[in-house]
Design a binder for this molecule. Structure first.
Ligand code: MG
Length: 145
């Protein structure tokens, strides 16, 4: 069976975390393309192919930070779940927050899972690789049309 790349959209404003995720995903050696947007507004524009993102690739999986400029992660998640065309997209919340209200709110908005970023760099990379391994190798993602 030919493997098609898994398209991952990372919504993250921390340059350091973006770099680490890129290194981690490269090391994991699974076939994927990582797309990055750095604020909530751009995330929605990317997903809806709005201005500046007319040719964006539809992601198979979204890694979503919560504390973001312009619109926060919860607002992005809400917009995804309210759009019939996007609602089935798996969303992994990946954030520094471990506040109960953020966790509850994320699941209320139908996040597929909630992960608090480990502060240690190597642990963070390990988590990113584990996310990818689970979502790419184990999970059945919605079929592409
Ligand atoms: Mg952030």
């Amino acid at each position: 069976m030919k493997e098609t790349p898994v398209e991952i959209l990372m919504v993250e404003d921390s340059e350091a975390d973006i770099k680490l995720a890129q290194v981690a995903l490269k090391k994991a050696k699974l076939i994927n393309n990582l797309h990055i947007v750095k604020d909530g507004h751009s995330a929605i524009q990317y997903l809806k192919r709005g201005r500046g993102f007319e040719n964006s690739t539809r992601p198979d999986l979204i890694l979503l930070d919560l504390n973001l400029p312009r619109l926060n992660g919860h607002e992005v998640l809400k917009a995804v779940r309210e759009d019939p065309d996007l609602t089935s997209l798996p969303v992994v919340v990946l954030t520094t927050s471990d506040a109960d209200k953020d966790i509850i709110n994320s699941y209320r908005l139908h996040a597929n899972c909630y992960i608090t970023k480990p502060v240690e760099l190597d642990k963070f990379m390990e988590v990113v690789q584990n996310i990818e391994h689970f979502w790419v190798k184990i999970v059945k993602l919605p079929p592409k049309d």
